[in-house]
Design a protein around this ligand. Sequence first.
Ligand SMILES: Nc1ncnc2c1ncn2[C@@H]1O[C@H](COP(=O)(O)OP(=O)(O)OP(=O)(O)O)[C@@H](O)[C@H]1O
Ligand SMILES: [Mg+2]
Length: 187
Amino acid sequence: MKDIALHILDIIQNSIVAKATLIEISIDEDFVNDSILVTIKDNGCGMSKKMIEKVSDPYTTSRTTRKVGLGIPLLKQNADRTGGYLSIKSELEIGTTLIASFKPSNIDCLPMGDIAGVISLTVSGNPSIDFIYNHKINGNLYTFSTIEVKKVLGDVSIGDPSISVYLKEMIQTNLEEIQIDSIGYKT
Ligand SMILES: Nc1ncnc2c1ncn2[C@@H]1O[C@H](COP(=O)(O)OP(=O)(O)OP(=O)(O)O)[C@@H](O)[C@H]1O
Ligand SMILES: [Mg+2]
């Protein structure tokens, strides 16, 4: 995976496969404390204790088409190598929370990538699932919730292709604003 956003896209797919109806993605980029925390929380089917223990081992998967599941092990590897970590909390029939921690000063830390694209694409591709996306940059928070957006859209589907383009621009603009607020200028 070449950036954090693509890892997030991949981890969200796990939540979708687990039949989540609400997925919360939180990103906290704190460059003052050299920390990027990515949290993905879902209300899907959850994992057994045994599964959680095995899940960061690349030979574990509940897929039947292929023997190895690589999504979580690759994310763990990319977090660990920066001096960060990966943690999973999960309860059957309640849901799963995955946290990946990175140290951005480490030369091996992946760039954030196109997070606005990943969120807008995921949201519009899964109109029946609700998403809450919180993104903090040095303490400045932007929140996006499909629950709110769906209210505003009324009869128009959030899955409409024209909405996806609009959402991407809206998220991008808001992220640029919290970035400017946090450093005082545009990068
Ligand atoms: N959010 C989740 N809820 C329930 N089970 C999960 C969740 N995330 C992962 N799992 C379980 O952990 C296994 C391993 O996940 P992982 O993403 O590493 O591999 P995969 O999804 O099976 O395959 P890949 O990601 O390589 O396509 C999954 O097959 C699934 O059984
Ligand atoms: Mg996966």
